[in-house]
Design a protein around this ligand. Structure first.
Ligand code: ZN
Length: 485
């Protein structure tokens, strides 16, 4: 403990310690604890703490800008635009109340022109779509007569969009005049209608260039032919046509494998503006280890039909006679049976021919019976893709490989003419059954095979070669396929 004035001047820290009783309230509370100076120091500390606390908790008010209270209407407007929870009375988006500055207008001003789009509905007319857009009847009539010079208005596709510009009108009771109208009348044609300086409408046709190179898509069947073909970019309608066109010759449930490859060419038109549309299936091929089926479209009798490379129709037709050069010895219908000696329905056709003459399947199909069948003798029955069954009876012998379950193509030998069973001499008894009932094999309702021959066959084959040589364009259609649905 230091005492003495000399030290006071040496160390400022020593002041409190050296002058505890010099009338000061500020003392070193570490010294002389319990002394009167210490207590005085303690009291002044507590007083200062209390003073500081009181000052901190009740600050003096600072001067601020004062707002005049808002009028009722403006409070309502503020409440409407301020964002607050609904539970707290928020009404965001409500109409803002007018303030005193708002003056009612005698007449609302109109935009000088309106641009809008109208769309042709599925059950709709050109006039109807424009009328809904607010075009006057007189303008619709005028535009219609102009457009009909270039396009058939009744043939516009649903979904066609009309870009319309309606102009300024003299007063609000009148419809706005049609100032411009433009739309796509076809993939390759745009029509523009505008109002000339003379106040009359005039139409212009704007041809759009089209690339009509057919589209070729190839791929592997994989898990599902449908999915793979869709993924490769074929519209679903084309996939369905592909399956339908090939189905007479391919069992899609059983004989299509993941490793099979498909190859499809479809008619395709692409406008220079980017739109495109796919058309008919032109060529299709399905190839695998055990099959190679190739077809192409050809117009026959005004219809698009599909043919194999050799000119035979894809759809199963039935050849006229199962035995070449044979004489038809007994027709279809009621007759006196030569052996039973009584009137009986003859449910087929008889062909007289030398014993051993080959009998050909009249259409491709599956053998469902090959063996002895009572009075029919040696019989072969074949079921065809369309459900029709043909039967060949009284045969001397069966053709090579003919047994139940065997597949036969049209023209394959199912057997040889004989006289087995209830028969008076070598002949073939030929029956055709539709849904289990014998029908006249010469009936007009049975499918007859289409076939291309001569010059037409050569033209078809060169077209097929051209389609086959197109380069695949799998990448081009991915986005279109998505639209085509
Ligand atoms: Zn017969």
């Amino acid at each position: 403990m230091y005492k003495g004035a000399a030290l006071d001047e040496l160390s400022p820290f020593a002041i409190a310690a050296t002058k505890p009783s010099a009338g000061t309230f500020f003392v070193d509370l570490g010294n002389d604890i319990g002394s009167s100076a210490w207590w005085r120091g303690m009291v002044s500390l507590v007083v200062m703490l209390v003073a500081a606390f009181l000052l901190a908790t009740s600050p003096a008010k600072l001067p601020t800008r004062a707002y005049a209270p808002l009028p009722q209407a403006q409070m309502a407007a503020l409440a409407a635009i301020s964002i607050a929870p609904l539970s707290a009375g928020g009404r965001t988006g409500a109409r803002v109340a007018p303030t005193v500055l708002v003056q009612p207008l005698s007449e609302t001003p109109e935009r000088p022109h309106i641009e809008l789009t109208a769309e042709l509905g599925s059950v709709d007319s050109f006039g109807g779509a424009l009328r809904r857009a607010g075009v006057s009847m007189a303008d619709i009539a005028e535009a219609t007569s102009l457009i009909e010079d270039f396009a058939e208005i009744g043939n516009l596709k649903p979904g066609t969009e009309f870009d319309i510009v309606l102009g300024r009108r003299s007063d609000k009771t009148q419809p706005r005049p049609l100032d411009a109208l433009s739309f796509r009348a076809a993939l390759d044609l745009k029509i523009d209608v505008s109002r000339g300086n003379d106040g009359k409408l005039f139409a212009r046709r704007i041809p759009i260039r089209i690339d009509d190179t057919p589209l070729r898509i190839t791929g592997m069947v994989g898990d599902s032919l449908y999915k793979s073909a869709r993924a490769a970019g074929l519209p679903s309608r084309v996939v369905a046509n592909f399956i339908k066109a090939l189905s007479p010759r391919v069992n899609f449930q059983r004989n299509v494998y993941a490793s099979d490859e498909f190859d499809v060419v479809v008619a395709h038109r692409r406008a220079e503006t980017g739109e495109s549309e796919t058309g008919d299936l032109l060529y299709a091929r399905l190839a695998g280890p055990k099959k190679d089926l190739e077809i192409a479209a050809w117009e026959k009798g005004g219809k698009l039909e599909y043919f194999l490379p050799d000119g035979k129709g894809v759809k199963e037709g039935m050849s006229a006679t199962p035995v070449r050069g044979a004489r038809e010895s007994s027709g279809f219908g009621v007759r006196n049976h030569p052996i039973l000696k009584r009137t009986r329905m003859h449910k087929g056709l008889d062909y007289a021919a030398r014993a051993g003459s080959p009998i050909e399947a009249t259409a491709a199909g599956t053998v469902i019976f090959a063996g002895r069948n009572g009075g029919y003798g040696n019989q072969v029955r074949v079921r065809h893709a369309n459900g029709i069954v043909t039967s060949y009876s009284h045969m001397k012998d069966f053709g090579p490989g003919i047994r139940s379950g065997a597949h036969v193509n049209q023209g394959d030998k199912v057997g040889y003419v004989g006289s087995t069973g209830m028969s008076t001499g070598p002949h073939l008894h030929y029956e055709v059954l539709v849904a289990g009932r014998a029908v006249n094999p010469k009936s007009q309702t049975l499918p007859t095979g289409l076939e291309l021959t001569g010059g037409e066959l050569r033209q078809f084959q060169s077209q097929m070669a051209r389609l086959r040589s197109l380069s695949p364009s799998n990448d081009d259609v991915e986005d279109e396929a998505a639209n085509a649905g």
